[in-house]
Design a binder for this molecule. Sequence first.
Ligand code: AOF
Ligand code: ZN
Length: 366
Amino acid sequence: MTDTDKRYMALALSLGRRGQGMCWPNPAVGCVIVKDGRIVGRGWTQPGGRPHAETEALAQAGERARGSTAYVSLEPCAHHGKTPPCAQALIDAGVARVVSAIEDSDPRVAGQGFEMLRAAGVEVTTGVMADQAARDHAGFFMKTEQGRPFVTLKLASSFDGRIATASGQSKWITGPDSRRAVHAMRARHDAVMVGAGTARADDPSLTVRDLGVGHQPVRIVVSRHLDIPLLGQLARTSSQIPVWLCHGPSPDSERARAWQGLGATLIPCAVRGHHIDATDLLQQLGRKGLTRVFCEGGSALAASLLADDLVDELVGFTAGLAIGAEGLPAIGALGLEDLSEAPSFELAEARPVGGDVLQVWRRSAR
Ligand code: AOF
Ligand code: ZN
């Protein structure tokens, strides 16, 4: 592995990230083809997951792929799926060397892509920038290995961790720069998810706005009783941008019919205690193909996810406001008896955003 390999892999990884939020159920892969020190092809997984990154890059490279090196941010696929295997396409194009970041966790591939290439006499180097690739593909790996999407929990709160005043005022705790950053984060996720309390209190549209982004994530509301306003922003836009409603057993049939009439997808989930079972909820979303979910609260849903150890990343936008104990806490009761039971995270990033502070915390290895 050389510095040149790392440089081209960094480019392949950044191309791959362009597809995040759009390629599910497939991973967002990037590919760069280099011939005699020049880039002759670039590609990334296309919306909906196909064509794959290698197909795109090979098409651009054409004849120049012969004798080239292909940098791919994931192992090239080996299976005959909806498209022929990328490993075979690389072989057929005469690629001399393949540099890959990390093995594919899909059991149909899992090392067989590398084997196929080696058997055909292609030189294979693996593990280049594997840590970054593991982070970029974390959603896809989580879905194939654990059946659930990667979960980012975003909280926008006051300095003292409150998301609303006692009277329920919750809009604009954090500033416009934070809101723009949130929209950019939404765009890189397959779905944005909130609890019913938040849907009722804030009437959010949960869309990506003002960024020139055409793609919109799925909007998910978790509501045991489907108790979500039928005249709000979500209902108004549900025929254009998908709304999925995760509900408990035997919901109110009139509400269910009304939402179905508006084009929403209803997803029945198991219930534990008074709430939707967070583990079952995420398994259902994994079955639907989601790889990356951006949860924006509220406090009950955040607590259910944390209590079941289902939060992979925390994103906090903190404003210089103090709301006090009568305000609504960002995270509901977790029922901890000892500090050692507290879900814990490691700091990955901290920086000012406008007048607020952004923190990103990643789940500690456990
Ligand atoms: C690649 N390059 O850009 C992607 C890959 O349903 P299919 O046939 O499209 O196959 C999906 C699988 O292909 C997916 O589970 C993962 O293993 C791999 N994704 N592979 O070589 C790509 N997106
Ligand atoms: Zn492929």
